[in-house]
Design a protein around this ligand. Structure first.
Ligand code: PEP
Ligand code: MG
Length: 606
């Protein structure tokens, strides 16, 4: 049994298909003098990653096979520490200016040749070098397109593997993917967000699960508690069969919330919007009780295709959503590619720090051709309903002004072409600490603000949101995050504009109440979470929530904030029966997890 992060709720018992790395083609190019430090850093990080993978393999082999078999991996680790290899590659990067992958290829080829031409033990070691060569090159050339299914997926299955990106997941035929069991990633990785929106149960950050599972193994995947059991026994299968039934009933029960208003007991209305990734989702959001779309991640329209979507295609897709939901508001975010949403049609370059790299609004302001096509499509769609546009990753007034200027220019050009233009509200996403610091200036220049807490937490705390290893440091209730949110709310209200939270935090029960108490006007989340969120909002008093949040702002560390919030709210949340859809639980052992499931079955049964 493996324990990972509960990334998308639900339970599956099904056969698995493995996602594997494809054979790599070594890319070869010269780099600039300024680029050498970056490539050396990239090479060192790649070696570290491979060492981690090999150490994991050694540990698994030691536990499950024998000490003798595990020793081969010790010798692999020694090779990866050999200065002859490491310094040799670094000097090829620095002196010859080869990219890291090619420099490594050159050095390893000469070492392998030397070993093969020797006698005895050295000759035998050539195979070890080849293994290391393959593993490391895969890492130095890694991008989403390097992963593929080991064999065709005929029947629906759970996918297991080291990594999967949103692009790959979107390419599967509907219904073929029953679940995801992935070694890397975390709850706020975009593939997890997509899995939630597609209602595919997922467990991320499973470490080395993919080394222990084979295609066609039977898996139990518990996305609610973050558990994967490989080739389970009858007992586990029966427990989980019951749990699947319980889960289906809970889902049905929730629909009683659909038409109720999201208002607190003392009458404060909190708008609950849906986050969507695919335009087909729009037709479903009202059946989950949403009052509009708070975040449409438009980049998903660009994925899984051979060419960028044309303006006409985009205008049709956006227009359809806007028109379908009119008069409800639909907030479409302009292209936010990059980070863990690589758009190979625009850039195939592997960056050493992609989340802080050439992405999002930066990419759009450099590639104005792409940005203007999208902007015109959005403006055209605006005439079909209540559309708002928001710009992601704003870090300065300059970026915001440039984006707004492009909007104005596109409006003028469309007008000249004879289109009728309706005024569209423009907003900024606040997800970078610099934007929080200059929030008063930003608030003066926009019609609304939306806080992207997924990125804001990552950048405020310097914790990579998709790195499962440091997930415990990714703390939404860190005082720095909460005080940032508070100052954004104050700046927005001072200018008389609304503020929303559209990061995953909005749908975590304790955070929901905290955000309501901090004065946030709207929350936007996966459609499935809206009904439970309504339940929570309807159970509290706004004045009380405000008092609790104000008190929390005086705390200096996240752990005391968490204990305080639990003390104040846990009982209430428990009594509402909130459990399955929006809470992620931490389990350190199989037994605790299964006991929790037994309890749940008993609770529903009685
Ligand atoms: C966020 O950063 O909180 C957000 C909503 O945007 P994304 O998750 O797509 O980066
Ligand atoms: Mg973001």
């Amino acid at each position: 049994m493996f324990i990972g992060q509960a990334a998308s709720p639900g339970y599956v018992i099904a056969k698995t298909k493995l996602i594997v790395r494809q054979k790599v083609v070594v890319s070869q190019y010269k780099i600039s003098r300024e680029g050498t430090a970056n490539q050396i850093d990239f090479f060192r990080k790649g070696i570290m990653q491979v060492k981690r993978e090999i150490s994991n393999l050694r540990d698994v082999t030691l536990q499950t096979v024998s000490k003798k078999d595990s020793e081969i991996f010790d010798s692999h680790l020694m090779i990866l520490q050999d200065p002859l290899l490491i310094d040799g590659v670094i000097s090829l990067i620095r002196d010859e200016r080869w990219n890291a992958g090619y420099a490594f290829h050159l050095k390893m080829q000469s070492l392998i040749e030397n070993f093969e031409n020797s006698e005895g033990i050295l000759k035998e070691r050539a195979q070890d070098l080849k293994d290391i060569y393959n593993r490391t090159l895969l890492c130095l050339n890694s991008s989403e397109s390097d992963f593929a299914l080991q064999e065709e997926i005929e029947e629906a299955a759970v996918l297991a593997g080291f990594s999967i990106g949103p692009n790959m997941l979107m390419n599967f035929e509907k219904g073929k993917v029953l679940g995801l069991a992935i070694d890397s990633g975390s709850v706020t990785s975009h593939v997890s967000i997509l899995a939630r929106s597609m209602q595919i149960p997922a467990v991320m950050g499973l470490g080395n699960l993919s080394e222990s599972v084979k295609s066609n193994d039977l898996l139990i995947l518990d996305g609610t508690n973050g558990i994967v059991i490989i080739n389970p026994d009858e007992n586990d299968i029966n427990k989980y069969k019951k749990q699947i039934e319980v889960f289906q009933n809970q889902k049905l029960e929730l629909f009683t919330m659909r038409d109720l208003e999201p208002i607190t007991m003392d009458g404060k209305y909190i708008r609950l919007n849906a986050n969507i990734e695919r335009y087909e989702e729009a037709s479903e959001i009202t059946s989950f009780g949403a009052s509009g779309v708070g975040l449409y991640r438009s980049e998903f329209l660009y994925f899984g295709r051979n060419a960028l979507p044309t303006r006409k295609e985009q205008a049709e897709a956006y227009g359809k959503v806007v028109n379908q939901l009119d008069p409800l508001p639909v907030t479409i975010r302009t292209l936010d590619a990059g980070g863990d949403k690589m758009l190979s049609l625009v850039s195939a370059e592997v960056e050493s720090n992609p989340f802080m790299g050439w992405r999002s609004i930066r990419l759009c302001l450099d590639r104005k051709d792409i940005f203007r096509e999208q902007m015109k499509a959005l403006i055209e769609a605006g005439s079909r309903g209540n559309l708002k546009i928001m710009f992601p990753m704003i870090s300065s007034i300059g970026e915001l002004e440039k984006a707004k200027e492009i909007y104005e220019e596109c409006c003028a050009e469309l007008k000249a072409e004879g289109h009728s233009i309706t005024k569209i509200e423009l907003g900024a996403m606040i997800e970078i600490p610099s934007a929080v610091i200059i929030i008063e200036e930003i608030a003066k220049r926009v019609d609304f603000l939306s806080i992207g807490t997924n990125d804001l937490i990552q950048f405020t705390l310097a914790v990579d949101r998709s790195n499962g290893k440091i997930a415990s440091l990714y703390e939404p209730h860190h005082p720095a995050v909460l005080r940032s949110i508070k100052s954004v709310v104050e700046a927005a209200h001072k200018e008389g504009i609304s503020v929303s939270v559209c990061g995953e935090m909005a749908a975590d029960p304790l955070s929901t109440l905290l955000l309501v108490g901090l004065g946030v006007d709207e929350l936007s989340m996966s459609s499935w979470c809206i009904m439970e969120c309504k339940k929570i909002i309807r159970s509290v008093n706004y004045d009380e929530a405000r008092a609790i949040s104000t008190e929390v702002l005086g705390f200096s560390d996240a752990s005391s904030i968490n204990s305080f919030l639990k003390k104040k709210y846990s009982q209430k949340i428990k009594s509402l029966g909130i459990s399955s859809f929006i809470t992620a639980q931490d389990f350190s052992s199989r037994d605790r997890a299964l006991i929790k499931i037994d309890d749940e079955i008993q609770r529903i049964g009685s």
